[in-house]
Structure formats: C-alpha cells, structure tokens
Design a protein around this ligand. Sequence first.
Ligand code: SAM
Length: 281
Amino acid sequence: MSKSPLPGLYIVATPIGNLGDIGARAAAVLARADLIAAEDTRVTAKLLSHLGLRIKMTPYHDHSDERTRADLVARMVDEVVVLVSDAGTPLISDPGYKLVRDARAAGRHVTTVPGPCAAIAAITLSGLPSDRFLFAGFLPSKAKARADAIAEVAGLRATLIFYESGPRLAATLAALAEGLGARETAVAREITKLYEECVTGSLAELAARYAEAAPKGEIVIVVAPPAEAGAEAADDATVDAALRDALAGQPVARAAKAVAKRFGRDRHELYARALALKGGA
Ligand code: SAM
C-alpha cells in the first residue's frame, strides 16, 4: 500500500493458527492503521509483534457501549481504523457487526481485507458438497435449545457448518445424529496448526469416537446435506440385495457409494456392510 489509505473502517482478517497466513495487504493495512479495534488486544499484540509493528490498539466488542462505538465512528472521518478479531474473519462468530452497521449508517468509507475463515477452510477440507452451505455458528449448549436449533436446519438441502469446542464435541455430534439422522460428516480440528486433522464418518460414528476422548483444540463440524430427493425408501434387506448386485460388477467403495446414493444411506456404513457381505456375512 504505497498511497495513503483513505480514512475509514478496514475489516481485516487474520490467521486462524498459522501466522504465516497473514496476507500482504492485511499486513500493509495494519502497518498504516491509526488505531486497531481488537477483540483482545493481548492476542493482537502477538500478531503485531510477529509483523514488527507497534500500533495503538483499543478493545472492541459488540457489547462495548454505544459511546465507544460512536467514538470509533467519529475517528473514521480522518483516521484509518482497523477492526480485527482474535483469529479469522471479524464478524464471523466474532465482534464487528454493530460497528460496521454504525459506520455505514454514518456514511464512512467501509472496506474489507478478506482472508482466513475457519468455516471456509473446513468446508474445503471436508470433501463434502460445497455448492450450497449454511454457516450455523455455535449451537446452543442447553439440550432443548440445541435440539430446536438443529430441527430448524434439518430439512435444508445444504451442507451445514458448525463451530464447536473439544469438550462439547461428542454431545453436539450425538445431538446432530439424533436430529439429522445418518449423514456423512467431517470434524476439522486445529486447521493450519501443527496437529491439523480432518476426520470423516457418519454422525453416529464420530459421536462414539469423540465420546471416548474429548479432542483438544478448535473444531469445525461439517455435515452433508440430507439424502437426495427421490432417494428410494428401502429396508435393510432391500439395501443388502442392491449391494450384492452392485458388488458383482464393481469394487466395494464404488458399489457402496452408488447404493448409498440410491437409497439415501450413509456411504461409510454401506461400505462396512459391503465388506461384510463380501466376506460372506
Ligand atoms: N472469526 C473466526 C473465523 O473466521 O473463523 C471464528 C471465531 S469463533 C469465536 C472461534 C471458533 O472458530 C472456534 O471455536 C472453532 O470452532 C473455529 N476455529 C477457529 N480457528 C480454528 C482452527 N484453526 N481450526 C478449527 N476451527 C477453528
């Protein structure tokens, strides 16, 4: 950024783990900021130190009072005010919405420096359909509210994305299995960090896996859309028969996938069943 940036509000995405993911334009805007409005100034201080910058910061949350917001909006008349959250894209399950709303209402220059976002990183890792998705943020922790929130999205023909933490993961997966039925799912953990992993399976399988030991770190759950409209309803015997037919002409994985699609069943479950049938069960 060689020319002086226009005064206003700059919404700047920051890394979700690996500091090397800070973009060149994000670093340049941070370097030219008059003030950084940060979710937690101690967290942002680490990023600034990584970039070799010393810039004035002020804490900002959406529950900061009207006065704090009004002061920030006033400063945007002739200063570069940068909004950052602890990690990823501000406003995405993070503070910023009210500040952007007020800055726009006051006619300030509002612009964005896009970058990392855990939800987007997770869907790209998951191998699940990415043409239509719903970002649902954090589910409520109380069982009834969580079940109601899941019921609201159960019928959507879209991949669902949830944010979660390790200690709550197994209970959330079990509630999703209960509310959504058998669906392929990915649990993406510690994205861009040393122990990044993306584990796939059915909701029930993953709930059982994580009930044994709660994982550490930050987590995104990505759930496949419901079975295709027009999938045939069938009992287990019919599905077994279709699997036997399919196995006669193709490898196990392809047979399981085709039959899962036809009957709207979970591909991983049918793969295990196909192996059992092949073995003579
Ligand atoms: N604004 C952030 C973004 O753009 O992704 C999200 C902030 S939200 C308060 C924090 C949640 O994002 C975590 O609980 C986790 O669900 C998800 N998350 C953030 N970083 C992550 C990472 N490196 N790996 C997996 N999930 C992550």
